[in-house]
Write a protein that binds this ligand. Structure first.
Ligand SMILES: [Zn+2]
Length: 303
């Protein structure tokens, strides 16, 4: 994910109405989700064309194949902007009730950066990406287990995007590779709402509102943040955070309601662990995965 410099500094007036509390107790298993975060990191860096990326695809397939109604490995190739070679990319698309026209996409990027440009010691080395990569995926794998055990009303597409975090700083055209490809090659029917999870594992979790998301889908943002508060998760704060250029943007450009749930203060406002080798599992927590996973799953059961 890349900070959107053009839109930074925007503040928005956030007004929300309290809704009647309905805090379904879901079966979301936070320790199991954290194990999936750790397991991804144990595979090493998972940037395009790396051994870790191939191992990660096998890992996702082994978990999702028995859970989803249909599982697609959406393979595609692009010219590598930073070498003469090709990038081999794979979106993982796990569909639940694929015949339903009312649909929701839950998504996260599974790739990690081929570099850690803000690391003081080894900026040229590929990252592990515990928070920036593994955290959102870990929550979605656990949600997939819950959807198998207790289906929800709408059709759900869980999509793990490749190539989100490939670009060099400010090379915005080389970010969001998987989500851009997906909106051009979707499995129909296309969802009406999209919830993106990115950097949701920080042990010091504070999730402010991305103004890009709020402009695109204010009611969806209000529903999620209000529900989190009703359950008692004070990690969700209904104030404007930084504007995000992330995998929700290609959907918004298609006129689809899409929001990004992201904590862009890792661990604090200086974002010191972001795109460094400090982004490791010990900086993340099961409690944070639970706050996000249980909120999103509770919202799904209300649909
Ligand atoms: Zn990133």
């Amino acid at each position: 994910m890349q900070f959107d410099y053009k839109k930074s500094g925007l503040t928005i007036l956030l007004i929300f109405s309290m809704v009647i509390s309905s805090t379904a107790q879901t079966g979301f298993h936070a320790e199991r989700a954290f194990d999936d975060l750790q397991a991804q990191c144990d595979l090493g860096p998972r940037n395009p064309n790396s051994p870790g990326a191939n191992a990660a695809i096998q890992f996702f397939q082994s978990i999702l194949e028995p859970l989803a109604d249909t599982l697609h490995l959406q393979n595609f190739q692009l010219d590598d902007p930073y070498s003469s070679g090709k990038l081999n990319l794979t979106n993982i698309v796990a569909r639940f009730q694929p015949q339903k026209s009312q649909r929701i996409i839950l998504c996260a990027h599974w790739d990690t950066r081929p570099r850690a440009e803000y690391d003081p010691s080894h900026p040229e080395r590929a990252m592990i990406g515990a928070n920036d990569g593994a955290s959102g995926v870990a929550i979605l794998l656990e949600i997939a287990r819950q959807l198998k055990a207790n289906p929800v009303n709408p059709g759900i597409d869980i999509i793990l995007f490749d190539g989100e975090d490939y670009g060099a700083p400010r090379d915005l055209q080389y970010y969001l590779l998987g989500s851009r490809y997906y909106v051009e090659h979707p499995y129909p029917p296309m969802a009406q709402q999209v919830i993106l999870l990115d950097m949701v594992g920080d042990a010091e979790l504070t999730i402010k509102v991305d103004p890009v998301s709020y402009r695109a889908a204010p009611r969806l943002v209000e529903e999620i943040w209000t529900l989190a508060g009703d359950i008692g998760y004070d990690q969700f704060q209904f104030v404007a955070g930084a504007s995000m250029y992330d995998d929700h943007v290609p959907f918004i450009e298609q006129g689809i309601q899409a929001i990004d749930i992201i904590d862009f203060e890792y661990p604090g406002p200086d974002n010191a662990y972001w795109h460094t080798h400090q982004d490791t599992p010990d900086k993340c927590s099961a409690e944070s995965l639970e706050a996000v996973g249980n909120t999103v799953l509770s919202w799904l059961y209300q649909q």
